[in-house]
Design a protein around this ligand. Structure first.
Ligand code: SF4
Length: 439
């Protein structure tokens, strides 16, 4: 259900194949207890990127000390629909799973410690953490237990009890199982703020190879169902003020990058299709990490983290800057994005005939293509130039990226001259070459 890639600490627990651990597994001979389960199931959930916030450094709350410390127990940060950064309790209901997705540390053939929360335990943990102000919501996922419907019922029940029994008003993000019945999906949306369904890998061939129990068409069909329900709920809300909400924060997904041989072109093509066809709010990219006892079909090393970062930048270009996948990847003949420079700069360098653009005259769509100018800067430029002809110093007040933009723009007091077409322009931005690490 959840796409997890990465290592977690290995224990000497026996493999649990084909049975659900009703009796709790143990750590050092004794029952796990809620705290022990929390340690296992929060750790198992940490590889899921779909509620993470990139680009921030959270404070370390390990060690149980300091104001706001949660003793390191599975608290992550995410952005709410209104843009606020919120803390979520991020856990699995269980890390037992009957599926065998090769890239996942919780696959049935993985020799890791297993644990399972009851519905009441998750509810109580959420309420306790919420009342102590550790969290503002819950991110709940699960491995597949007996069957998809059984698992999904348990996940939905947590959300139902929180909302209906305890009148919980915090944020709830539920990971949903594509194979679960449409009825369960509809119920999940009544209680959750956001639903997510992992597409897992960029291509069908990757899925067939590494996660044979998963079905790409089934995943897309479930996304389509959620979209239809989201649209219906919006219409109902317009007509009836008290119509029930359905996942008001929409749906998202996660893709693992670097576990198979899919190129960035494939990854972005899939994202573009998902945004266009199913109205997804976000596609999250998770760089594959090698796992213990991994299949020989998996790579031995993880892809550079910069690849994940470049994909997020390209994703931003798709959603907010009017770029198409072909344009973004046109500067990458190998099909993979340039790791040394960001994709917008790579595109501009490959399309210099379109520059320089005059910041005092160019249309918004063209200004958005200038490296160094973000959507906010472009908005400020469009407003500012109504009053006067903009100079470089005006632009410097509007954007932090003017230095990067200079070869690609003209302003009242600036012409780049031959800079735009200079042969070594890329070298001005690319980091200097470094000697590789000695293994
Ligand atoms: S093995 Fe289970 S938990 Fe892991 S990705 Fe597959 S379905 Fe999800």
């Amino acid at each position: 259900m959840q796409a997890i890639s990465g290592n977690i600490g290995r224990h000497a627990a026996p493999q649990l194949k084909g049975q659900i651990p009703e009796a709790l597994p143990t750590i050092s001979g004794g029952p796990l207890g809620v705290r022990g389960k929390l340690a296992v199931l929060a750790d198992a959930a940490k590889y899921d990127a779909s509620c993470s916030s990139s680009g921030t450094s959270s404070r370390n709350s390990m060690g149980g000390k300091g104001i706001g410390s949660s003793e390191g127990s599975g608290i992550c940060h995410a952005y709410a629909p209104d843009g606020r950064c919120i803390s979520l309790l991020k856990i699995l209901l269980t890390n037992y799973c009957k599926y065998d997705c090769l890239y996942c540390v919780n696959r049935v053939s993985s020799n890791v410690q297993r644990a399972r929360f009851t519905v009441d335990e998750v509810v109580q943990l959420t309420l306790d953490f919420y009342k102590r102000n550790y969290i503002e919501g819950l991110f709940l996922s699960s491995g597949i237990m007996r069957d998809p419907d059984y698992t999904m019922e348990q996940v939905v029940e947590v959300a139902r009890v929180l909302r209906e029994v305890h009148d919980f008003r915090g944020y709830i993000h539920l990971k949903t199982i594509p194979e679960a019945s449409p009825d369960l999906l509809a119920r999940a949306g009544l209680y959750a703020d956001r639903l997510s369904i992992n597409i897992e890998l960029p291509t069908q061939s990757g899925l067939t190879d590494l996660a044979p129990e998963k079905n790409r068409d089934g995943i897309k069909q479930t996304m389509a169902r959620v979209k239809t329900r989201l649209d219906e709920a919006k219409d109902e809300k317009k007509r009836f003020r008290h119509a029930p909400k359905f996942a008001p924060a929409g749906q998202s997904t996660q893709m693992i990058v670097g576990a198979d041989d899919a190129r960035d072109r494939d990854v972005l093509g899939t994202s573009s299709n998902l945004y266009g066809s199913y109205g997804l709010k976000r596609v999250y990219y998770s760089a594959f990490s090698p796992i213990p006892d991994a299949s020989s079909r998996l790579p031995l090393i993880r892809p550079p983290l910069m690849r994940e970062h470049r994909l997020y930048q390209a994703d931003w270009l798709l959603r907010f800057y009017g770029f198409g996948v072909d344009e973004i990847t046109s500067a990458a003949p190998s099909g993979n994005l340039d790791l040394a420079i960001d994709p917008k700069l790579a595109w501009a360098l490959a399309n210099r005939h379109m520059f320089p653009v005059d910041v005092n005259k160019a249309q918004r769509s063209l200004l958005l293509r200038v490296p160094g100018l973000g959507t906010t800067a472009v908005k400020r430029i469009l407003t500012g130039r109504r009053h006067r002809s903009l100079r470089l110093e005006d632009l410097a007040r509007m954007s932090n990226g003017v230095k990067k933009a200079m070869p690609f723009i003209c302003a009242h007091d600036w012409q780049p001259g031959g800079l735009t077409d200079s042969e070594n322009l890329r070298d001005r931005f690319a980091p200097p070459p470094e000697q590789l690490v000695l293994f």
